[in-house]
Design a protein around this ligand. Structure first.
Ligand SMILES: [Zn+2]
Length: 328
């Protein structure tokens, strides 16, 4: 763990927890000018003022929370809400040309929206928000493989999982190990990792889908994506942030084991990271790990800058609270 540093993110300057009013989202965005620390330190080429920037927005474990949490006096009362999330995303898009919107799984389960409509509402809302890619969480199997397959036509975005072998299941051809998005010549590779089914998903619900070692799958995915010319590799992980048992795959063990990943956007453990964690390593000089709690209460943001040679050269992380300040 020596190489793991907790780096102050721009969230602390703009305030992940303290965005000042609805307009605060925009102010925080404006303040979120990425600092190419890694670039300067690792000796990448000169950066120019209008350096290329990709904004990566991400969620995890939204768990069918279409509406804000009810005003029941509970800890999360009034927080979240898909409409507010859509507003935040729209504002970021209005200010940035290159935006990628990702989800790290467990879209399903948690409210009557799922019980009644089986995921249709969640997928349609995410499609309307312009999600690009998601991975599968354990709860996305709650209606079985067939229940998931039935809903996929509603998802106008892709699913990736590199360590779930779906070749013997109805998901064959619908969930790929990885995908590539291109922004003005910058190629970004995105792959997914899912958690072991044992004790989480009944065998009958993941019929034909086989869990394989996530570390090995990650290494293969990185190789394939770099071979396809990707200068940034993002992992959508539903492994969980950290476990006491050090041999259990997690986002932190993954970051140490596979330095070729640049961003690990996590899920499953519902971890609210107030600051992203970074490891200095790999081709880009960084592996950033982030996770934004659950229930759609936060929208995560990692900005990646690219130098004149279109190599990823720096990063900055921030996050937005999704609350009633976005109602205005
Ligand atoms: Zn999960």
């Amino acid at each position: 763990m020596k190489r793991r540093d907790f780096v102050r993110t721009l969230g602390s300057a703009g305030g992940i927890a303290g965005l000042g009013g609805a307009a605060g989202v925009l102010q925080a965005t404006a303040a979120a000018r990425p600092r190419p620390l890694a670039a300067r330190e690792s000796g990448y080429g000169p950066l120019i003022d209008d350096e290329f920037r990709l904004v990566v927005l991400h969620t995890n474990d939204t768990h069918s929370r279409m509406d804000p949490f009810p005003m029941d006096g509970g800890r999360f009362a009034g927080l979240g809400g898909a409409a507010r999330r859509a507003t935040a995303i729209r504002r970021v898009r209005a200010e940035n040309e290159h935006v990628l919107l990702l989800d790290s799984g467990d879209i399903f389960q948690g409210t009557p929206y799922f019980n009644f409509f089986g995921g249709e509402i969640e997928f349609r809302a995410m499609t309307a928000m312009g999600y690009d890619v998601a991975t599968l969480g354990n709860h996305d199997f709650d209606n079985g493989v067939d229940g998931l397959v039935e809903m996929l036509p509603e998802a106008g975005f892709e699913f990736v999982s590199a360590n779930y072998d779906v070749s013997e299941s109805a998901l064959e051809g619908q969930v790929r190990p990885h995908t590539v998005r291109e922004f003005d010549g910058v190629r970004v590779g995105i792959f997914g990792l899912g958690i072991a089914f044992e004790k989480l998903v009944l065998a009958s619900l993941h019929e034909g889908v086989r869990y394989t070692d996530p570390i090995a799958a990650a290494r293969t995915a990185c190789e394939e994506l770099r071979a396809q010319g990707c200068s940034l590799v993002i992992c959508l992980s539903h492994l969980g942030y950290e476990y006491r048992a050090s041999d259990r795959p997690s986002d932190l063990t993954l970051a140490e084991a596979v330095p070729e990943i640049d961003l690990i956007l996590g899920g499953h453990t519902h971890t609210f990271l107030d600051e992203a964690v970074v490891f200095g390593q790999g081709q880009t000089g960084f592996t950033v790990v982030n996770q934004v709690g659950w229930g759609g209460m936060r929208l995560g943001r990692v900005d990646v800058t690219f130098d004149v040679a279109r190599q990823a050269s720096g990063w900055a992380a921030a996050g937005y609270d999704i609350d009633d300040r976005l109602d205005a």
